[in-house]
Design a protein around this ligand. Sequence first.
Ligand SMILES: [Zn+2]
Length: 72
Amino acid sequence: MPTWQAILQERGWAMNESEEVLCPYCGQSMELLIDTTVRNQRFTTDCEVCCRPFEVIAECDDGEVVSLDTQA
Ligand SMILES: [Zn+2]
């Protein structure tokens, strides 16, 4: 039995989850797309409101985001 993710991957569907994060500077919440095929990831994004860059640390397991953190 192939897993659900294997089926999705085979069909070329993106494994992105939309998650809400809070800007560590101004507290603005925004939606980010997290690639759930990457188990541990860390990337920098800019806040839409205060335009300051912050780091997003995401942990994924089994096609789901299990932990999401932001760092100024
Ligand atoms: Zn901000």
